[in-house]
Ligand binder design. Structure first.
Ligand code: C5P
Length: 226
């Protein structure tokens, strides 16, 4: 008998990692930030100057790198990340990585390797995974599936807050909106395991709610379902 699995999917900047991390703390579950894994591969690929369209080299790279994750420090860095022993917690959140990660993640060979790792870590249950394809593809039998959304406006504003908290320059809101839209489009339109709401996922919109409100809502959904 395995313990429950919670899948949280949704577009960029909807608050998945903040909520998944806090929900995991409350339930004593392991949190697996799958976006951090795709970011880690992207960071390494950029270092090696691999073309983001070169699926073959990217797949070989994904099989070769060793990615380690550990709980992070705050919402801005929800997960600590190491690639082949080097800590890249901050680097994987850089804009340069964010701009390329969807292209790198579109390759089936990259995804199948990371999905295999995610299944290995998660199969015993007692885990929360967040990402784009958890409920549809990685763990389609997850006990609780959440599809977390927020308007593009709200997500851009939160992104600006994040940058401010990190002491980084804040681009125009219109630029942030465009970046969010573009990443969503790429993640939703790829051929293999695109972002979409699983039929049995519960959609939770976070637009007008605080993190605490949404956390309470997710805890209630968990208690109802499991
Ligand atoms: O969640 P985060 O924004 O860090 O994810 C970064 C990117 O990694 C996503 O935009 C997507 O391209 C990719 N990703 C994915 N499948 C997942 C998690 C992330 O394709 N399960």
């Amino acid at each position: 008998e395995r313990r429950p699995i919670i899948a949280i999917d949704g577009p960029a900047g909807a608050g998945k990692s903040t909520l998944a991390r806090r929900l995991a703390q409350r339930l004593g579950f392991l949190y697996i930030d799958t976006g951090a894994m795709y970011r880690a591969v992207t960071w390494r690929a950029m270092q090696e100057r691999i073309d983001p369209l070169d699926g073959e080299r990217l797949s070989a790279l994904t099989r070769a790198v060793r990615i380690r994750l550990a709980p992070g420090y705050q919402s801005a860095f929800p997960t600590r990340v190491w690639v082949d022993g080097e800590e890249v917690t901050r680097a994987v959140r850089d804009e340069a990585v964010s701009l390329q990660v969807s292209a790198v993640s579109s390759h089936p060979g990259v995804r199948s390797e990371l999905v295999a790792q995610q299944r290995r870590i998660g199969e015993a249950g007692g885990v929360i995974l967040d990402g784009r394809d958890i409920g549809t593809h990685v763990f389609p039998r997850a006990e609780l599936k959440i599809y977390l959304t927020a308007s593009v406006e709200e997500r851009a504003l939160r992104r600006a807050e994040d940058l401010k908290a990190k002491g980084l320059p804040i681009p125009d809101i219109a630029v942030l909106k465009e970046q969010i839209r573009s990443r969503d489009n790429q993640d939703m339109s790829r051929a293999y395991a695109p972002l979409r709401k699983a039929d049995d996922a519960i959609e939770v919109n976070t637009d007008t709610f605080t993190v605490q409100d949404t956390l309470d809502r997710l805890l209630a959904l968990y208690r109802d379902k499991v």
